[in-house]
Design a protein around this ligand. Structure first.
Ligand code: ZN
Length: 264
């Protein structure tokens, strides 16, 4: 597995020459995740899953290149919380299209967009970028992680994960709740405000439909708390399992769509 920003150009040429190159572009956002979690959580999550998925993809013969994370996205639901940043969907779409075109110019034309942020306009912008790149025959492009396609999202993030829940209301766990708290406690514990987790009462009684359909903002839906579910149910151990399972899930979704690497 290579990080594009950390290798020199001849290495890129070699990888392209192999015919087995596959680029993963992690995408996140800068958005509040409750008072206990960092604003960059969705970007960090995409990076963590990319790394685990990359190991599985390499077993299937690919030379995996991880492109620098797109850490800015569309985050309208949480925009009133300090620090949350949002692009216009058009800006995100253009950014992804231009990254895809640049990669393909050098022969890196197998691209997986791994999105860690659930927001309807954000996901749509990524998928529109994919469609542009595919229609103009720039690259083979796949959207995984959080996507508008509920089946893809479930296959990446939910399969094998739900049974790990320690929450009394697993179906109410969402943004900033058990799952994201667990992931953070495992993968980037130094960025978690652990002292306050014990004081964060569960937020179960929110309008789930409004949350899913983004018809109300996170501030009003969570009474200003910014999280959904119970951060207290999270643990580093659950996080460790989630990372392994989701990384494998994501690799499976990619391999199902692209097949194994072409033999040289
Ligand atoms: Zn998130």
């Amino acid at each position: 597995m290579f990080e594009l920003a950390k290798i020199p150009f001849p290495e890129v040429a070699r990888i392209v020459q192999s015919g087995k190159a596959l680029v993963i572009l992690p995408v996140g956002v800068v958005e509040e995740h409750g008072a206990h979690l960092p604003l960059g959580l969705d970007s960090f999550a995409a990076e963590v899953y990319a790394e685990v998925a990359a190991a599985h993809l390499e077993e299937a013969g690919y030379e995996v290149v991880i492109a620098p994370t797109v850490s800015y996205g569309v985050a309208r639901a949480a925009i009133d919380f300090p620090g949350t940043l949002s692009l216009q969907p058009e800006t995100l779409k253009s950014l992804i299209v231009e990254i895809g075109r640049s990669l393909a110019r050098h022969g890196l034309d197998r691209l997986v967009i791994l999105n860690g942020h659930r927001d309807l306009s954000h996901m749509k912008a990524l998928e529109e970028a994919r469609d542009v790149l595919v229609e103009e025959k720039t690259a083979q492009v796949l959207c995984v992680g959080f996507t508008s396609d509920a089946e893809v999202t479930a296959a990446c993030y939910r399969e094998g994960v739900r049974e790990l829940s320690q929450s009394v209301r697993p179906e109410r766990e969402g943004h900033g709740g058990e799952w994201e708290t667990s992931l953070a406690l495992h993968a980037f514990p130094e960025s978690v405000n652990k002292e306050i987790i014990g004081r964060l009462d569960p937020n179960f009684d929110y309008d789930v439909e409004a949350f899913r359909n983004e018809t109300k903002d996170y501030g009003s839906l969570s009474g200003g708390r910014g999280y959904f579910g119970s951060p207290q149910s999270g643990s580093a151990e659950t996080g460790r399992k989630i990372v392994a399972i989701r990384g494998r899930n994501i690799a499976r979704v990619i391999l199902k769509a692209l097949g194994a690497a072409p033999s040289s």
